[in-house]
Design a protein. Sequence first.
Length: 297
Amino acid sequence: MKNFSTPTLLFQRTLGLIAIALLALVAGCSTIRFTYNQGDTLLYWWMDSYVDFEGQQADVTKRDIGRLFQWHRQTQLKDYAALAAGFQRQLAGNPTQADLVNAYRELRLRGERIALHAIPEMTTLAMSITPEQIGNIERKFNTKNEEYRRKFMSGDVEKRQRARYKKSMEQFELWFGNFNSEQEAVMRRASDARPLDNQVWLEERQYRQRRILATLRKVQQEKLNRDQTAALLQGLVREFFGRMEAPERKAFYDAYLDQTTKYILTGIKLATPAQKQHAQERIGGWIQDFNALAAGK
């Protein structure tokens, strides 16, 4: 379900624990244990591609990422195993749209929990960012936005719908295995019935980017102290996670969640017993991985 989520944000990616530890639940990843064990390095590389760390700043960032992963491994992964087991039980029955909405909200709550826990580490990072590095981040944002336009906003409606359908089916097939041509035809119709909201997603992406850049500039230009910076970042995290309830966007996000969960439910209902067994076994593997990771393996 990763591709059904809102666009990622710098500070949420700074907490790439979400993307790594919940990857199996939201994207159907089959290599969660390997990815998680390499996660601190992967996260540092991703962040460095935006910021271009310098000297001691790089060492401190690596240290803080390591601490976050240690906390996360020791305190969160057992909960993820339990959450996955709940998904497994629902899939064995007849999950409803309400079940899927609740699953999304459970994942979102866990993402916010990580983000809020990491405020001290984000504060250290934000206070160390230089004007040149803010420029690096802004240029990277612009590059990624151009990539988004090329992938999801170029061409006619048919091309954009086909690209969206193909991306979503990659996720369904990770869960359930291959779909036959009849199933694919039904899924394509269900996918095309959803509004093409790429322009709105780009606007949301750019809104968050502007807020991140403005926050970093305020910290740097006004020489905010640690308490002031932490308060600013906590407000930013709460703003981003509460964006679905913002008056100017609530109707859009409500409709998006409704359409997305209906689409996912279509795939679940189409799945054959063999495909559902495939999904059961995959989730079982994730549960084993979460428990092994929590035990330090």
